[in-house]
Design a protein around this ligand. Sequence first.
Ligand SMILES: NC(=O)c1ccc[n+]([C@@H]2O[C@H](COP(=O)([O-])OP(=O)(O)OC[C@H]3O[C@@H](n4cnc5c(N)ncnc54)[C@H](O)[C@@H]3O)[C@@H](O)[C@H]2O)c1
Length: 252
Amino acid sequence: MDIKGTSVVITGGASGLGAGAARLFVEQGAKVALFDRNLELAQQTASELACLAVACDVADEASVLKALKQVTESNGAPRIFINCAGIDIAGRIATRGGGPQPLDALGKQIAVNLTGTFNVCRLGADLVRQLDRLDGEEQGVIVNVASVAGLDGPRGQTAYAATKAAVIGMTLPMARDLAGYGVRVVTIAPGVFNTPLAAEVLRGDPETMTESVPFPKRAGQPAEFGKLALHICQNPMLNGEVIRLDGGLRAT
Ligand SMILES: NC(=O)c1ccc[n+]([C@@H]2O[C@H](COP(=O)([O-])OP(=O)(O)OC[C@H]3O[C@@H](n4cnc5c(N)ncnc54)[C@H](O)[C@@H]3O)[C@@H](O)[C@H]2O)c1
């Protein structure tokens, strides 16, 4: 799909991977809207990148509908959705010192990572399916964000990994559901990237947590995530797939 002039929604776009993708998409001439529940940060990022900030809680139907209306009025109906909004509440499922992990650790992550992704996909897809085909072929693209945690099962990530495995599981059926409308669905499973979320979960600089990364031995940069998201949008043969972006990392 040609990105130039296309209305693009990036959830969680105020920070980290979403902000990295937003920068690249703006540079390519897309009309980008950052959907984030942290409006202040979204406005700061949007003013740096020259794009639109929209208050949105991805887990809330009314909030997403309102945000979609706003972006459609300002930038036109969106055809591309990059779903980066996510949280990671690390913790082992039970420990001698701490007992069982609080149940709401799972509930909170399901709300954002799973329900939020599903919510934006279903409401976004319903908009896109009503648009025209571009060049008689493509109508839209959805890029979801999982994690290598959803595939490799690192310690202290049972609840988070479950929500990310669910995003991985949505990929193929959603691609099949939307194929008749010319909408592709691809999931990126990042390894360690240098973002505020990774620094918080790893309790330190992501750059120092890369001993299990074969090459390159460093954390990924949000711009490198953005490059893959851009390529997915531009390459019509990518569909229904989960792509690891991790420098060969297999998490332990
Ligand atoms: N950074 C990594 O190493 C890494 C690795 C694997 C997967 N991921 C995934 O990538 C995605 C982006 O992570 P990041 O590292 O850029 O994190 P980040 O914390 O830098 O950015 C996440 C953004 O999502 C927003 N957000 C959170 N809950 C929201 C909600 N309910 N509605 C709208 N916005 C909401 C936050 O305000 C924030 O701006 C997440 O899904 C994360 O799980 C990150």
